[in-house]
Design a binder for this molecule. Structure first.
Ligand code: GLN
Length: 483
C-alpha cells in the first residue's frame, strides 16, 4: 500500500480494495509509529483526518468521486487550514488555529484529498536544513544523523518515509527542490503565479510559490493539477486557462535539447553529485535528448541578491506579528512599545530575527540604493541570463545542491555556509521560473542525490514529462529508506 503511486491508490479506492477511511487509518498508524524519530509532522489529528476520509467515502458512495477523492496528503504547516493548528514552524504561531483556509487547501479539500497532518518546516520557511523549526529539527529518513533539507523538510521526509503518499510544500529559494533532493523524492516549483499565495504564510512574497512533493513526477503532476489555478485574492495569481500538467507525461524525449550551464558544474560541486548527474544525463541522451553547454554568467550573484531581497520582503511581511491581533503576546510588559518588543523577541527564533534585521537594514534610508536597488538589478540580470540560455535549449539541467545532505548541526552555527548551499536553486525563484528536482542516485555515504531541470515560464508540463520519462527507465524514485 505504501509504495503505490497516486494513480494506483486511486484505482484501489475505485475497486473497493480499501476505503478512504482504511487508507487514511493505515497511513496514520505509520505516521504515528515513526514521527517520534523523524519529527516530520507538527500536527497529527486523527479525528479530523478520519472525518475527512469518511466524507470522501460518502462522496464516492454517492457517485461523485473525482480522481483524487480519498487520497491522503500532508500539508506543509505554512498553508492556513481552517480549524487546524497552523504554526509555520514558529513559537509566534504556536497556538494559532486558523479561522480560514488557503486557496491551495480549499482546492485540495474540494478535490476530496484527505489531510493526514501538518508537516514540520523551518520557521517561516527560512532555512535549508529544517533545523530552524521551533518544533525541533526533522531527521532525514535515509540517515537520521543527516538534515532532510529545508524549509519543506517535513513534507519531503514524510513522503520519503512513506508516512504520506504526497505533500504540499513551498519554495522561496529552493525549499521544494532541495529537501526533495536530500530525501530522494520528486518536487516541482511552478512558475511564479501559478499557485495562489492566499493563505500561505508570507515569507518573501515576490519569490514564494507553492508546489507538490511526491514519490514521482506523475504523482506531482496530479497534485499540481489540483493546487494550481487563478485566485483573485492573490494579486499575483495568474489568470490563465486551467492546464492538465499530466498531459505530456508520455511523450517521447527524442529531440529534447538539454542545456548544461557551465557555471553550475564548476568549483564547489561535490564529485559524487557531479557523477550522479553525469549518469542521469547519459540516461536522458539514451532517451533521445541532445546536450548543449550554455552559460549563466551572473550565477555567483544569486546568493547576495537573494539574501538582500528575501530578508527585505520578510522584514516587511513579518511586521504583522506584533502581539496585538494574533500570535504570541508576552505575558508581562510595561506599555505598548514593550509589548511589541517582548512579544517579538520571545516569539521569533534567531534566523528569523537575523533576516528581519538584515531586511530592515537594506531597506533603510541611505542603504536602500546600495543594497536593495542593486539586488533588484542583479535579479533582472539573472532573469535575462536564463532567457538567453533558454534560446539554446528546451530545459536546463543542473545540480540542486553542491552536496548531498549534510549532518545535523554541521552548518547550524554558520548561516553563511548554509546560504552558500542554496547557490543552484535561488536563481530560479529570482527569475520566477519553474524547476523540478528528481532523484538520480546516492552519495558515497548513502544519502540521496537529486537533479534539477529548469524550464521557461509555464514549462511545467515539459519538466514533468522529462522527469517522468527518466523515471520510466530508472528506479531511483522507487527506492525507500529502511526505517
Ligand atoms: N534556503 C532559502 C532560505 O533560507 C530558501 C528557503 C525557501 O525556499 N523557503 O531563505
Amino acid at each position: 500500500m505504501f509504495e503505490k503511486s497516486i494513480k494506483q491508490l486511486a484505482a484501489s479506492l475505485v475497486a473497493g480494495e480499501f476505503s478512504a477511511v482504511e487508507l487514511a487509518g493505515e497511513y496514520l498508524k505509520r505516521a504515528k509509529a515513526y514521527n517520534g524519530e523523524l519529527n516530520a509532522f507538527i500536527t497529527l489529528d486523527e479525528d479530523k483526518t478520519l472525518a475527512q476520509a469518511k466524507a470522501a467515502d460518502a462522496t464516492r458512495a454517492a457517485g461523485n468521486a473525482g480522481l483524487l477523492t480519498g487520497i491522503p496528503l500532508a500539508h506543509k504547516d505554512i498553508f492556513c487550514q481552517e480549524g487546524w493548528l497552523t504554526t509555520c514552524g514558529s513559537k509566534m504561531l504556536e497556538n494559532f488555529v486558523s479561522p480560514y483556509s488557503a486557496h491551495v487547501v480549499e482546492l485540495c479539500e474540494k478535490a476530496g484529498l484527505v489531510t493526514l497532518g501538518r508537516t514540520n518546516m523551518d520557521e517561516f520557511a527560512m532555512g535549508s536544513s529544517n533545523e530552524n523549526s521551533f518544533f525541533g529539527a526533522v531527521k532525514n529518513p535515509w540517515d537520521k544523523l543527516a538534515v532532510p533539507g529545508g524549509s519543506s523538510g517535513g513534507s519531503a521526509a514524510a513522503v520519503a518515509a512513506r508516512l504520506a503518499p504526497i505533500a504540499t510544500a513551498t519554495d522561496t529559494g529552493g525549499s521544494i527542490r532541495q529537501p526533495a533532493a536530500f530525501c530522494g523524492v520528486t518536487g516541482i516549483k511552478p512558475t511564479y503565479g501559478v499557485v495562489s499565495r492566499f493563505g500561505m504564510v508570507a515569507f518573501a512574497s515576490s519569490l514564494d510559490q507553492g508546489g507538490p512533493i511526491g514519490k514521482s513526477a506523475e504523482d506531482c503532476a496530479l497534485l499540481l493539477n489540483v493546487m494550481s489555478g487563478f485566485d483573485e485574492r492573490d494579486a499575483t495569481s495568474l489568470d490563465r486557462p486551467k492546464e492538465d500538467y499530466a498531459r505530456e507525461l508520455n511523450q517521447p524525449l527524442a529531440g529534447l535539447k538539454i542545456g548544461l550551464p557551465k557555471e553550475y558544474f564548476a568549483e564547489g560541486l561535490a564529485a559524487d553529485v557531479a557523477g550522479a548527474i553525469d549518469a542521469a544525463i547519459a540516461e536522458y541522451k539514451k532517451l533521445g535528448a541532445t546536450i548543449v553547454e550554455i552559460s549563466l554568467p551572473n550565477t555567483r550573484m544569486a546568493i547576495p541578491a537573494y539574501y538582500v531581497i528575501a530578508p527585505a520582503e520578510a522584514s516587511s511581511n513579518l511586521s504583522r506579528f506584533d502581539g496585538v491581533r494574533y500570535g504570541h503576546r508576552a505575558a508581562q510588559y510595561d506599555g505598548l512599545t514593550e509589548m511589541y518588543e517582548k512579544s517579538r523577541a520571545e516569539g521569533f527564533g534567531w534566523e528569523v530575527k537575523r533576516r528581519i534585521l538584515t531586511g530592515a537594514y537594506v531597506l533603510s534610508h541611505g542603504y536602500y540604493d546600495a543594497y536593495y536597488l542593486q539586488a533588484q538589478k542583479i535579479r533582472r540580470l539573472l532573469a535575462d541570463d536564463f532567457q538567453r540560455g533558454l534560446t539554446q535549449c528546451d530545459v536546463i539541467a543542473a545540480p540542486v545542491a553542491p552536496t548531498a545532505a549534510w549532518n545535523l548541526g554541521e552548518k547550524s552555527d554558520d548561516p553563511v555556509a548554509m546560504y552558500l548551499a542554496d547557490i543552484y536553486t535561488l536563481g530560479v525563484n529570482l527569475a520566477g521560473l519553474p524547476g523540478i528536482s528528481h532523484p538520480v542516485g546516492f552519495a558515497a555515504n548513502g544519502r540521496p542525490i537529486g537533479m534539477q531541470l529548469i524550464g521557461n515560464y509555464f514549462a511545467e508540463a515539459k519538466l514533468l514529462n522529462a522527469a517522468h520519462q527518466y523515471q520510466q527507465v530508472t528506479d531511483w524514485h522507487t527506492k525507500a529508506p529502511a526505517l
